[in-house]
Ligand binder design. Structure first.
Ligand SMILES: *Cc1c(COP(=O)(O)O)cnc(C)c1O
Length: 425
């Protein structure tokens, strides 16, 4: 397909009109970064200067925002998942139930702590972990359930929390895509034994790279602290100025997965604008739900318990009549040309993802009993496979535009699906 002309020969709908950019600096971002720059205290391992670190300040702000007792910032969402899994007791030979549809890190981090991801199918409406499928995947080796709040959905948390409790499993909420979403009035990330966030440049709250793990359990938090700072943790009383704040407790061996002071200061500033931007995205997404729903498409749903919805991506299912004439990939390509916006298929099922290949990493110690479960194509996950064939998504930056921009998106769907109806036979 030509990348300059739409299939019907007209110029693309949005030629020359760009979409809002992401990430974008909040009002206080520049000042926050300059403050760190000139302070000379760029890391949490830097000498104490009499003030709390920016990491400590961001952790306190984010914990208060979420309504959770403990927050440990980390270098990435991946680092937050690895430390949370390990702090919840997941280790060699354990199985962790992971939704079949997610970003590769949801599964690679399980391998990263030497455990085995066992994929369970998703709900056809929300595309998030189906509690019944998760239950069916439990074996005596299961140690934890990882749930992902995917694109714009909040997973069915009440059922998953009850399931984990019934079986004595840890529930880990990968909330990398859902900063600010809530379920029955509680922010996501705070219902699980641990919740994790990514502050990667694409995410709703961003410092380019970054992450955080949160938990109500102070002991889990203390383990995460050690795991992310080479076995060190913050001293209970501030040291004399000029001395390090981190104490070499050696309680638990760790690795360096610390967030820098630049990133923490930036995140504190960016957090101020999170709710306002989430509200803009939500209003535009509701307009799109109405416009696209009216054309026979199926916008992604969220669980009934959702009290605040966020949009990392807007996802929508194509009707079967369209898919019988044109694969989703072709529709996505045509929409990308019309809109000048990257419209793509949702993630492939993880076991079929080119980014998930346990055999490529000899470091993973996976017993032969587990190998069967890792072999591609042996999984029976029809809902994830159907979703991957029928759902399209695009990044939330487009939802930061005006209502007229949403009408453009709907018009592009109308053109592309209309051209597909005109295809012979
Ligand atoms: C982005 C993401 C991660 C990983 O976060 P990084 O900051 O890129 O390491 C994990 N899980 C999900 C669902 C994500 O979207």
């Amino acid at each position: 397909m030509s990348t300059t002309r739409a299939p019907h020969g007209r110029p693309p709908l949005r030629a020359g009109r760009p979409w809002p950019r992401w990430p974008r600096p909040s009002a206080g971002a520049e000042q926050a970064l300059l403050e760190v720059l000139h302070s000379g205290r760029w890391s949490i391992a830097s000498p104490y200067d009499g003030n709390p670190t920016h990491e400590q300040r961001f952790a306190a702000r984010f914990a208060a925002y979420l309504g959770v007792g403990n927050c440990v910032p980390t270098a990435s969402g991946t680092a937050s998942l690895m430390t949370a899994l390990e702090a919840c007791g997941v280790g060699a030979g354990d199985e962790v139930i992971v939704p079949a549809l997610s970003w590769a890190a949801s599964a690679s981090t399980v391998l990263g702590v030497n455990a085995v991801p066992v994929f369970a199918d998703v709900d056809p409406g929300t595309l998030c972990l189906d509690p019944a499928a998760a239950e069916a995947a439990i074996t005596p080796a299961t140690k934890a359930i990882m749930v992902v709040h995917l694109y714009s959905a909040v997973a069915e948390l009440a059922a998953l929390r009850a399931l984990a409790d019934r079986h004595g499993l840890a529930l880990i909420e990968d909330s990398a895509q859902a900063h600010g979403a809530s379920y029955r009035g509680r922010k996501v990330g705070t219902v699980g034994d641990a919740g994790t966030f990514s502050m990667h440049h694409t995410k709703l709250l961003s410092s380019g790279e970054g992450g955080a793990a949160v938990t109500h359990d102070a002991r889990i938090a203390r383990r995460i602290e050690h795991l992310r700072a080479d076995g060190r943790c913050r001293s209970t009383a501030p040291p004399a100025p000029g001395l390090p704040e981190l104490v070499e407790s050696g309680e638990l061996m760790g690795s360096n997965r610390c967030l820098s002071e630049f990133q923490s200061a930036l995140l504190t500033a960016q957090l101020e604008e999170l709710d306002g931007l989430n509200a803009v995205r939500r209003a535009n997404a509701e307009t799109l739900d109405r416009l696209l729903g009216g054309m026979g498409l199926t916008p992604q749903r969220t669980s009934p318990g959702t009290t605040e919805r966020t949009y990392f991506g807007y996802a929508v299912g194509l009707p079967g009549a369209v898919l019988s004439t044109m694969p989703a990939e072709t529709v996505a390509g045509a929409l990308t040309v019309e809109l000048g916006l990257h419209v793509k298929q949702v993630y492939p099922p993880l076991y079929a993802s080119p980014l998930y290949d346990p055999a490529s990493r000899p470091r993973f110690d996976i017993g032969s009993g587990h190998l069967d479960r890792l072999v591609r194509g042996r999984h029976d996950l029809p809902v994830a496979e159907q979703a991957a064939r029928s759902f399209l998504t695009f990044h939330h930056a487009a939802l930061l535009g005006e209502e007229a921009d949403m009408e453009d998106i709907a018009e592009a769907f109308r053109r592309v699906l209309g051209s597909c109806a005109e295809l012979p036979g």
